[in-house]
Design a binder for this molecule. Structure first.
Ligand SMILES: [Zn+2]
Length: 343
């Protein structure tokens, strides 16, 4: 299968995030994508191609205009405000109703950013824009050849809502690609399978009231795993979308057997939905040694995951999400793709 990749991700390299009460080096760093790319090449997965430029319209179909304006201008406003070039972080996380909307950048960041793990640096907008183009290009490749493609997106996207950044995510790449596929007649239904250890809160919220996108997610239970406020099994969609959202929250320490058994259940849901396309939010932070994980999946699980997804026999777009165990990240990700291809 073809892999889509853009060098633009290198410009998004914030230094620090605030995690577990401490300022630490950012886990979501450029070497992640570079190591996955090396593994793709070493495995002869297929061609590595630059993304086409679909412009802003497919991004505007998912994200609000005011949020996109914020993302594009935040860093310049931050510097103009005399702040440090390490990146934009919220000054507050305001909870009460607004009486005043300040244009000060630290206040705006409090509106549009949900945590301290999505700093915006000078290269963030370009990297996020190109990451969305990578996802769109992978979707178009699958639309044209009917099989599978890999969007090696960085930064990742599944935590981003229509108007909120967080958890290393700025633009929701998988949602942008899904919406674009739906805009291509005669596609009526797409399914998204999110196998990152963190719930795809942004993707769920974006499609929560719609029946033309089935969202299924396997993840750490929100009692113990980020993002904590969405991801329980009783969230099944609303209004027209009721019955088109399925969460499979799993306990800490979930192993290969439990994960694969649950994946079979999710795949059963997807098969019954009979979508025209499948998009996979591919996170490898389910791995036992992941520093942000908590599951006990071993390296052997990844090929089996890919093989199971392939049994759906759907045109499939893989979109890179998380995975922070750097030494094993490339092989775990590529093993899903090789398992899908049956090699
Ligand atoms: Zn994750």
């Amino acid at each position: 299968m073809n892999t889509f990749y853009s060098l633009a991700h290198l410009a998004h390299a914030p230094a620090k995030e605030f995690l577990d009460g401490a300022l630490v080096d950012v886990f979501e760093k450029p070497s992640r994508a570079e190591l996955v790319l090396q593994a793709v090449r070493a495995a002869n997965l297929g061609k590595v191609l630059p993304p086409a430029d679909f412009g802003l319209d497919p991004i505007r179909a998912i994200h609000t205009a005011d949020y996109l304006d914020f993302l594009q201008n935040a860093f310049a406003l931050w510097i103009a405000d005399g702040r440090d070039s390490n990146g934009v972080y919220p000054d507050t996380f305001w909870k009460a109703p607004f009486q005043h909307r300040s244009a000060k950048i630290g206040a705006l960041a409090g509106i549009y950013v949900m945590d301290m793990s999505a700093p915006i640096v000078g290269g963030t907008w370009t990297a996020a824009y190109q990451s969305a183009q990578v996802a769109l290009s992978a979707a178009q490749d699958v639309q044209q050849q009917g099989k599978a493609a890999f969007g090696l997106c960085r930064p990742p996207g599944h935590h981003a809502h229509a108007n909120i950044a967080g958890g290393y995510c700025y633009l929701n790449n998988v949602a942008i690609a899904a919406q674009w596929l739906l805009s291509q007649a005669p596609t009526q239904r797409v399914a998204i399978l999110d196998i990152d250890i963190h719930h795809g809160n942004g993707t769920q919220h974006i499609f929560y009231t719609r029946k033309d996108v089935l969202f299924t997610s396997l993840h750490g239970h929100p009692d113990w795993q980020y993002p904590y406020f969405l991801g329980s099994a009783n969230e099944q969609g609303e209004s027209e979308g009721l019955g088109f959202n399925f969460n499979y929250p799993l306990p800490k320490g979930a192993d290969n057997a439990l994960f694969l058994r649950t994946l079979d259940e999710a795949c059963g849901r997807i098969a019954r939905y009979q979508p025209h396309y499948l998009l996979v939010s591919l996170g490898a932070d389910t791995y036992e040694k992941d520093p942000l994980g908590g599951f006990a999946l071993t390296a052997e699980a990844y090929e089996a995951i890919g093989w199971r997804i392939a049994q759906l026999e759907l045109p499939t777009v893989f979109i890179m999400e998380g995975g922070y165990a750097i030494a094993q990240l490339g092989s775990n990700v590529v093993n899903v793709l090789l398992g899908f291809e049956g090699r």
